[in-house]
Design a protein around this ligand. Structure first.
Ligand code: ADP
Ligand code: ADP
Length: 237
């Protein structure tokens, strides 16, 4: 992991990670995309990759929820789409990303979680930052409802948990500010719209990125730790 972080910031790497350096060393900046259906585990894996990659997690879902909570014009525009389980218009999302990428922590690139979700978003992203790896976390539809309906997070730090598969420790979240939070759209009715949006509008991106030679699929229907290992291996290609 340390070697990967060194490669990201362009320091000398003396071990067997020369290929990592070649792939990940930014020209001006280089980013990673975590791709997959709602509930696939993108946020869960992103949390674990921050140290390994040295890249900040950029979740358009989190940004939109913050905008809705703050009642900004973006939030007001996005709210109805999110409640209905539909995608927020591309123009709104692209403007959010253009602003986010200008922040100082993004200067070496970022780790996108839940973006891009359409081909126009991916085309816009090409003008904003170089993407070196698209990691697709593959999970069959029949697993998605149980994942999403059991999801909760820590309001203090955003860590993601699950009622059955990944419960918060008995003494609360490691951040020390444990407070349970559940999303309004994490219910069975909205999940089916979100899955339809994924299959119709987002999944065509897999072939689009595959044709660019930067697409890596991992089996997301396994233990969280096993998936993390696969993603780290994919990032070393
Ligand atoms: P999940 O983690 O379950 O996939 P997200 O938190 O990524 O959900 O997104 C929640 C909602 O925010 C989506 O259902 C959609 O309405 C909106 N959203 C998030 N990211 C995008 C995006 N890149 N394009 C369009 N809509 C988005
Ligand atoms: P996404 O960001 O893709 O919408 P999350 O990371 O929020 O997905 O994960 C959705 C839910 O599934 C969360 O409750 C999380 O704890 C749980 N989860 C994540 N990965 C796994 C896994 N490999 N096996 C079982 N549950 C998982």
């Amino acid at each position: 992991m340390a070697a990967l972080r060194s490669a990201m910031v362009g320091q000398t790497v003396k071990d067997d990670s020369i290929s990592i350096t070649r792939c990940l060393q930014p020209t001006y900046m280089s980013s990673i995309v975590l791709f997959g259906p709602p509930g696939a585990g993108k946020g869960t894996q992103a949390e674990r990759m921050i140290d390994a990659t040295g890249l900040p997690q950029v979740s358009t879902g989190d940004m939109l929820r913050a905008a809705v909570k703050a009642g900004t014009p973006t939030g007001l525009e996005a709210k109805g789409f999110m409640e209905a389980g539909q995608l927020v218009p591309d123009s709104v999302i692209i403007d959010l990303i253009k602003d986010r990428i200008l922040e100082s922590d993004a200067k070496n690139g970022v780790m996108f979680d839940g973006f891009p979700r359409t081909i126009p978003q991916a085309e816009a992203l090409e003008q904003i930052t170089a993407v070196t790896h698209v990691i697709a976390i593959e999970v069959p539809d029949e697993r998605i409802v149980e994942r999403i309906c059991g999801r909760y997070s820590c309001a203090g730090c955003g860590s993601v948990y699950h009622d059955t598969f990944n419960p918060v420790p008995a003494d609360g979240c490691a951040c020390g500010h444990w407070e349970e939070k559940r999303r309004a759209d994490d219910n069975e009715e909205t999940v089916s719209s979100r899955l339809s949006a994924y299959h119709q509008q987002t999944s065509p991106l897999a072939d689009w990125y595959r044709s660019k030679g930067i697409f890596h699929a991992v089996n997301g229907d396994r233990a969280i730790d096993e998936i993390t290992v696969d993603i780290l291996n994919a990032l070393k290609v």
